[in-house]
Write a protein that binds this ligand. Structure first.
Ligand SMILES: [Zn+2]
Length: 386
């Protein structure tokens, strides 16, 4: 017998072109059946609401506090307080309907501790995939997280250390970044040889590598080295953007995951033409068949952890994709690209990680912010009924 039946509302399965009126039966941590005639179990009445698969955030920093003073907070955190901060931020994401999070940069020990605490039921939170400390050069982007290394031997050792610690993904900083003074956002950090050694070692140990890359030369070096994913992939130059359709096509043809890190921060940019340049690159990436997932880089200044729904609104507006296409990107598509089996869809046998919102986000994305219930592994972990 089902343990919970969600009744009286609409459902969107993560794949279809529209939501339908249906009930969903949950048994334990999985979806048992979908249909209008489901008996047994406790009922959750969601009249006037729509249930969709829980959202997936492809690029988070649980250790950052999303304020302009982020670095002072980071530097003054004790290990214990950092772990608590990461737990609190992950809980905030869960309550926004984000049931899976890939954390692509935090000190390694608390990343592993938190992921495992949630996985074993010690804490309530989203499912976590973690990279631990990003691999970077001496003084390179985000060196303060503890991931500096140099040379082909050094980078191999860095990969081995992370896999030994238990990370899910290898994150490597292929270019500098704006948040780290004295780095160069527009130029490669590692040599092609170093990156190839990193990727070879990670693949030997059955881990995928995703590279932080803004500038075009950093993207090119990462593609040539055979990276599995590119974070940002923004084609940034000191003046704006270098829209290189040839390289965009090459990234798509190589099957490399593109994690665009679009956020509400975009709406605060000055209206000097750069927003449209960035939007044109995103549209081109989609049109050329990029394997795009949804990500926001939450935790960085001005990008709260729970702001994925708003970022989806920004992304949909910039790329002119429909609400349903946007929802697919943040559910079924992100799940399949990240290799998350039985997630991102509502089908019998899938994990019951669900978000219930008032209204219908397949018609109006803004309804994603009207969270009523969040269900994780079949349990109602957040309730905000009207
Ligand atoms: Zn980031």
């Amino acid at each position: 017998m089902s343990t919970l039946v969600i009744r009286g509302g609409r459902a969107w399965d993560g794949l279809a072109d529209a939501s339908i009126e249906t009930n969903i039966a949950i048994d334990g941590d999985r979806i048992e059946a979908c249909g209008t005639d489901l008996g047994g179990g406790r009922s959750l009445d969601i009249s006037g609401c729509t249930v969709i698969p829980g959202l997936i955030e492809g690029h988070a920093h649980l250790c950052f506090d999303a304020t302009p003073a982020w670095r002072a907070t980071f530097d003054s955190d004790t290990p214990g307080r950092m772990l608590l901060r990461m737990a609190a931020n992950s809980r905030r994401m869960l309550e926004a309907g984000i049931t899976t999070v890939r954390d692509l940069g935090a000190p390694t020990p608390p990343s592993i501790e938190l992921r495992d605490a949630i996985a074993t039921g010690l804490l309530e939170g989203p499912r976590l995939l973690v990279s631990g400390a990003p691999i970077t050069t001496t003084g390179g982007h985000c060196w303060f997280m503890g991931g500096e290394c140099d040379g082909e031997l050094g980078i191999r050792k860095a990969v081995r250390e992370r896999v030994k610690a238990g990370v899910d993904w290898i994150k490597v900083m292929a270019t500098g970044g704006n948040m780290t003074p004295r780095t160069n956002t527009f130029a490669p950090q590692f040599t092609g040889g170093e990156l190839r050694a990193c990727i070879e070692e990670a693949h030997r140990l059955r881990r995928r590598v995703t590279a932080h890359a803004h500038g075009i030369e950093g993207i090119r070096v990462a593609v040539e080295a055979g990276v599995d994913g590119i974070e940002h992939c923004s084609f940034t130059t000191p003046e704006g953007y270098d829209h290189d359709s040839g390289l965009i096509q090459r990234v798509a043809d190589a099957g490399i995951l593109v994690s665009p890190t679009v956020s509400i921060g975009y709406r605060r940019w000055p209206d000097d033409g750069r927003r449209e340049q960035r939007a044109a690159i995103l549209r081109d990436q989609l049109a050329r068949g990029s394997r795009m997932l949804m990500s926001t880089d939450c935790g960085i200044p001005g990008v709260p952890h729970e702001a994925l729904a708003q970022a989806m609104d920004v992304f949909a507006e910039a790329t002119a994709i429909s609400p349903v296409e946007m929802l697919r990107l943040a559910t079924s598509r992100s799940a399949s690209l990240l290799g998350l089996k039985d997630l991102g869809v509502i089908v019998p046998g899938a994990f019951a990680d669900l978000l219930v919102v008032a209204g219908d986000p397949t018609a109006a994305l803004a309804d994603l912010e009207r969270v009523r219930y969040v269900i994780r592994s079949g349990r109602v972990v957040y309730a905000n009924p009207e």
